[in-house]
Design a protein around this ligand. Sequence first.
Ligand SMILES: *Cc1c(COP(=O)(O)O)cnc(C)c1O
Length: 395
Amino acid sequence: MSFLPATRCARGGAIETDPHAATSPPLYQTATFAQSRADNFDAYDYTRTDNPTRSAAEDLLAELEGARGALTFSSGMAAIAAVLRETSEGGRLVCGRDLYGGTQRLAHRFLEGVDVEHVDLSVDADGRCQGLEASLAAQPAAVVFVETPSNPRLEIVDLRAVARTAHAAGARLVVDGTAMTPWLQRPLELGADVVVHSATKGLNGHGDVTAGVAATSDGALLERLAGRRNAEGTALAPFESWLLLRGIRTLGPRIDSAQRTAGRLARWLAAQPWTRAVRYPGLDSHPGASLHAAQAAGGGILIGVETADEQSAKALVERTRLFSIAVSFGGVASSISLPRAMSHASVPEGAAPPPEATLVRLSIGLEAFADLQADLERAMVEAHKGARRPRATTR
Ligand SMILES: *Cc1c(COP(=O)(O)O)cnc(C)c1O
């Protein structure tokens, strides 16, 4: 039977072969599974290779992405590392100009013999990615890797155009879909070859697990990734898989609610005198708004706020009380961060340009709109005073 994503999430994770027909996914917290014979491994033999709770999470993720298969890893970076090492080692990797700091660190410092280039992925009036075309024509690449909306600047990349351009030059397109989750955007349907996620963020959504996913319909690649994961032991543990499943079962209602609040906050923030600019892909003022609307089901839960200067950015972050100062995002609890000093502090020299020091990133959770608004307003009034009195104490 084929079900819509809401139904898949709500009923996801059932293990059909469970002898007791548990209606909630059972947790197989075991390292080994007894074999029927010495020379027969049966469906499961060792959790490093496969585990029923993990498989249940992976089956649900594959359905949500419209992929032939999905593999979970101990973190988003473990998933990204496995995919990039399997697809680009010894070759060339072309990335967008704005990328999660940890991915830049991995690409520039830890991928063996990989030549990394950041290119302009914008599309001209004829729908051509000239920057990418030129880069791939000058030197072929194995992989084009993008985020949209990107972290942290929330820039939009035209996935259909980038996929076309990459494929014409014989490259694979890998999309980091963390910011949207498959609830809002399904990159494989837009032409990507592989989608990766930090499931630590919106997919799990409760801030209590680090997890990663790689999903693809390329059967040979899935097999190699599964083989590598087994060889290296980087799969998601059973309890984490169980927590992730629990998180995904409420994915839609969580994202829908947080996104509604984020849209209202973005509109309100844009009208405040103390914001220099508000970046939210669901606002008409965002340069990528119409492109984003054509490839995603909403503006998402992240808002970028540009303040007048570095001091007021730092003051805003430090004076909010409801928003915790945290690097992650996508949880039920709202958080606030200064990407330049936090998630992107690890970006090596020579990688993509660092985020502006005046950029504050908000991740909207499930709190009441009015409470979040009041917290930002109070923090901003104080921060504004603080900007004129640099030595004012915080909190
Ligand atoms: C957090 C994040 C990652 C890394 O995921 P971890 O689970 O922290 O390893 C990768 N990409 C994006 C866009 C992220 O936000």
